[in-house]
Design a protein around this ligand. Structure first.
Ligand code: FAD
Length: 540
């Protein structure tokens, strides 16, 4: 296969123009047949106003070596495409079907792979199926009460269902796992463009259908998915897990299993408590907290693409800063044309996050601006101290907004933090785009002073990169406290905890930080199980 890097074309170009560019780059004689696949498409706006789409494409044709030579271009080389392969199955017999707890990306992908390879997994999910979940979440956002078992964190699809569905990852992909995850998403109904888009995203509207189709595939391949079923305890004997205890509509069930995957996400605080009581080894880990910031999308488009009309998608950005005290401050989960959402999962506590639809056509761009925190900030050495720290912030956010999302102009937040006079009037005139109830409040009361200072220092550095980023009228809402897990459940090289057969998986266990890495970790755990055990179907 021939790979061509950095093929540049103007926005709005046609498919024919891309084919012509490939032909010209390879100096192909007229009429020579070839096929190509786009491997990556990204926007190159470094030399505004000249903006290009930059492509990496793989080309197949007769006489590839000769074509590379003839091209005399450094952009052109021969590559061997990486094809993902599931490992050969092990020899141990399973006494019971494997249990996967959680249907977020980690649990769904683990379950999907186990089902595809004959392991007939049982997936247990405390929340509801995605349609009932959407009704529950909409009702909450419209002012109804919070359902602590089914919300933006819990339910089919996990925390990513009401999200922007960004699929970026920094995980190295030597085995083709990244492409495998994207292909499974496409098979389940996601846009084909995610296979090559440099900044792939699905959008909450499409994601809901995707998770439904993945559930269907798991069931069609012999798996089972049970909703409203919360795992509340485990049975451990002879150093190994033997069963899980689950609560389902008032009934308590005991489900025997010697393989149990805990893909519970970072918000299952009661489940972390239970695992801690059962002496599952775990440790506190660093994460980051901060505020969602909103700017008009138009302002972000101008900063990234320049003035004028462009045939380009709503622009995104990525920002990082280092404070004088040595804290990292950075943008996280940026949602172009998106909405801030109430992502609470516990009564009396409030957390925010960001979401967008596939078109990303909301008026505002939002992003979390978060400050790194370490176990030193938690005030205790306890493995679950990070959760207590999060809870404290979320309680203050709830109080600040009297149960609604508290929103404050950055100008006021900064004046309070720097002990300066508040601006007398703040113009700007744009409103927050929020799913959930909100009110103007003292957001500056939520975080400790030291974190507020770091936040402001970061914003001031970002102003130098994107003019207007730290103007007074920028809208802040808080608190962004569920950025990643404050806990790591320790696991060995075989994917298992010290308790044999207990597989910590995904973001909650501390092995992922987003949809893609959680999905990839789900597949890795399925691989660990397969290397050890033979499929259930073969036993029959
Ligand atoms: P989760 O998705 O959290 O899934 C865990 C599941 O386990 C949940 O469904 C939960 O109900 C279930 N569960 C927990 N405890 C139990 C129990 N005891 N019994 C039974 N079931 C249980 N990441 C991105 O990469 N891109 C984005 O654009 C993005 N946007 C986001 C927007 C929002 C609003 C939120 C909340 C998160 C967003 N994230 C995004 C983060 C991303 O969703 C998570 O990284 C990812 O979902 C983690 O996957 P997971 O499977 O490890 O855990």
């Amino acid at each position: 296969m021939i790979r061509i890097n950095q093929l540049k074309l103007s926005p709005g170009h046609t498919e024919g123009e891309l084919r012509d560019k490939i032909k010209r780059t390879l100096r192909l004689p007229e009429g020579e047949s070839f096929h190509y696949e786009i491997v990556r498409q990204s926007i190159d706006a470094r030399k505004k106003p000249d903006i290009y789409y930059s492509y990496t494409v793989d080309v197949g044709l007769q006489g590839e070596q000769a074509a590379v030579k003839r091209s005399r271009s450094k952009q052109v080389s021969i590559i061997v495409p990486v094809q993902y392969r599931f490992p050969r199955c092990g020899q141990r017999k399973l006494q019971h079907r494997p249990i996967v707890i959680g249907t977020g990306p980690a649990g769904l992908f683990c379950g999907c792979m186990l089902a595809r390879h004959g392991y007939s997994p049982i997936l247990l999910e405390r929340g509801k199926d995605v349609d009932s979940r959407k009704e529950e979440v909409d009702r909450f956002w419209e002012g109804g009460s919070l359902n602590p078992e089914c919300n933006v964190q819990f339910g089919e699809g996990g925390a990513g269902t009401f999200s922007d569905g960004k699929l970026n990852t920094l995980v190295k992909d030597k085995e083709g796992l990244n492409k495998e995850v994207l292909s499974i998403f496409v098979e389940a109904g996601a846009q084909e463009s995610i296979l090559y888009d440099g900044k792939p995203h699905i959008g909450t509207d499409i994601l809901m259908n995707v998770v439904k189709n993945m559930r269907k595939e798991i069931i069609d391949n012999g798996g089972e998915v049970r909703f409203d079923t919360k795992v509340s305890d485990i049975v451990v004997r002879d150093d190994g897990i033997r069963a899980v205890i689950a609560e389902c509509e008032g009934e308590v069930l005991k489900l025997e299993a010697e393989v149990v995957v805990f893909a519970i996400g970072h918000s299952a605080r009661d489940t972390f408590d239970m695992l801690y009581r059962r002496q599952v080894p775990m440790e506190a880990k660093s994460f980051a907290v901060g505020m969602r910031v909103e700017h008009p999308q138009k302002m972000i488009d101008v900063s990234q693409y320049g003035e004028g009309e462009h045939k380009l998608p709503p622009a995104s950005y990525k920002l990082t800063a280092q404070t004088e005290e040595g804290r990292g401050v950075y943008s996280f989960c940026m949602c172009p044309g998106g909405y801030v959402v109430n992502a609470a999962s516990e009564e009396g506590r409030l957390a925010v996050n960001g979401m967008s639809y596939s078109e990303r056509n909301g008026k505002n761009a939002n992003s979390a601006i978060i400050v790194s925190v370490t176990p030193k900030d938690y005030g205790s050495e306890h493995p679950l101290a990070g959760i207590a720290f999060q809870r404290g912030l979320e309680e203050r956010a709830f109080v600040s907004g009297q149960g609604k999302i508290p929103v404050e102009y950055y100008g006021n937040f900064k004046a309070h933090t720097k002990k300066e006079e508040k601006p007398s009037a703040i113009g700007g005139g744009y409103l927050p785009q929020i799913k959930g109830q909100w009110k103007f409040a003292d957001v500056h009361d939520i975080m400790p002073e030291s974190l507020n200072r770091a936040f402001v220092e970061g914003m001031e550095q970002f102003e130098r990169v994107i003019p207007g980023y730290a103007q007074d009228s920028v809208l802040l809402s808080g608190i962004e406290s569920r950025t990643s897990s404050p806990v790591r459940i320790i696991r060995g090289g075989n994917g298992q905890s010290m308790i044999n057969g207990l597989y910590p998986c995904g973001e909650g266990a501390g092995y992922a930080g987003g949809i893609m890495s959680a999905a990839m970790d789900g597949i890795k755990i399925a691989e660990h199980i397969a290397r050890e055990y033979m499929p259930i179907e073969e036993e029959k």
